[in-house]
Design a protein around this ligand. Structure first.
Ligand SMILES: Cc1ncc(COP(=O)(O)O)c(C=O)c1O
Length: 347
């Protein structure tokens, strides 16, 4: 296939059947967002918000773009800005993984770290301050309608097309901004109304399950951290507030079920997907899959479930996901190495 630029390769990610891990009689599928050019679902958001701002005139040629992001949005934006020629500044809490910062810098972005103690709201405040002070374009991923609109036009459409002529009983997702949730839900509720929408969140940050409202500023941004939020290790999921875009799905009443997925379980499923299916996704992908397996447990035979896998496992080499993966040979590997006559390690 031939493309005019890297941007033409965003979206159209594959839906793949789970063969070895699926409970008997359940049709389990995953939508692998790591097939996007910079390996996460956020490439869609990045392209969607930049092109919408170009169209509306809010983003001028050569203007600096600024955004608060835990990583994947920044990486996607860095790719889009590099391809289109916009400078990019990203604000990011220092608690997020080192490889994310390095990737953004490699793609030409400036990364400004904010104190971990100030959480997600801290990095959002910093991005706003920089935009106001310098006249930069703030993409506002948590409030920008172009985010769910892009998912409505692409992700939602792709899911309906993938299951054309078949039934899809459950669609399972987590939320970061809620762009995926809200955008895809719009399409499913219209074109596949029998599909149940399942949202996963960590037990330590069960904001949607709590039912407690989010306090907001006039522009829709969060005023404070949500009372049900405490820190959790699922990067990209459940920031310390309920984004306005996520609230849109809550208020529309489209969420049929909320599943609390413990991070340790999510990490186990991420590794199981890698080792038993050859599907390589991060902690949030494993956690979404965990939610899908919860649904599958009590589902009747013939049920079809689709889970979103937001990004690649490679983005988590320095995180607890890889904590038990050794760099040195274990006893079995040493034994195998000895079967070669004369084989000697350098040290
Ligand atoms: C790493 C990662 N990126 C992105 C998302 C989804 O993002 P959003 O809700 O912003 O569409 C998730 C949520 O599942 C995620 O875990």
């Amino acid at each position: 296939m031939k493309y005019d630029s890297i941007l033409g390769t965003v979206g159209d990610t594959p839906v793949i059947r789970i063969n070895r891990l699926a409970p008997e009689g359940v049709n389990l599928f995953v939508k692998c967002e790591y097939f996007n050019p910079l390996s996460s679902v956020k490439d869609r958001l990045a392209l969607g918000v930049i092109e919408a701002a170009e169209k509306s005139g809010d983003l001028k040629p050569g203007q600096t773009v600024v955004e608060a992001t835990s990583g994947n949005t920044g990486i996607g934006l860095a790719m889009v800005c590099a391809a289109k020629g916009y400078p990019l500044v990203v604000t990011m809490a220092e608690s997020f993984s080192v490889e994310r910062r390095k990737l953004m810098r490699f793609l030409g972005a400036k990364v400004i770290l904010t104190p971990a103690a100030q959480k997600g709201t801290g990095m959002v405040e910093k991005a706003k301050e920089l935009a106001d002070k310098n006249g930069w374009f703030l993409t506002r991923q948590f409030e920008n309608e172009a985010n769910p609109d892009m998912h409505e036009r692409t992700t939602g459409r792709e899911i309906v097309d993938a299951f054309k002529g078949e039934k899809l009983d459950y669609w399972v997702t987590g939320f970061g901004t809620g762009g995926t949730l809200t955008g895809v839900s719009r399409v499913l509720k219209k074109e596949s109304p029998d599909t149940k929408i399942v949202v996963c969140e960590p037990p330590d940050a069960a904001m949607l399950a709590s039912g407690a409202p989010q306090e907001r500023n006039a522009d829709g941004s969060p005023k404070t951290s949500h009372p049900a939020w405490t820190p959790h290790p699922i990067q990209g999921w459940s920031p310390d507030f309920i984004p306005r875009i996520t609230s849109e799905a809550v208020e529309a009443g489209v969420i049929d079920q909320i599943v609390k997925t413990p991070p340790a379980e999510g990490m186990k499923w991420s590794q199981a997907l890698a080792q038993r299916e050859g599907i390589f996704t991060g902690i949030s992908g494993g956690s979404t899959f965990c939610g899908a397996m919860e649904v599958a447990k009590s589902a009747p035979k013939g049920t079809t479930i689709l889970a979103m896998l937001p990004d690649t496992g490679e983005r988590y080499l320095s995180t607890p996901l890889f904590a038990d993966v050794a760099a040195d040979m274990d006893a079995e590997e040493v034994e195998i190495s000895r079967s070669t006559p004369g084989y000697q390690l350098s040290d």
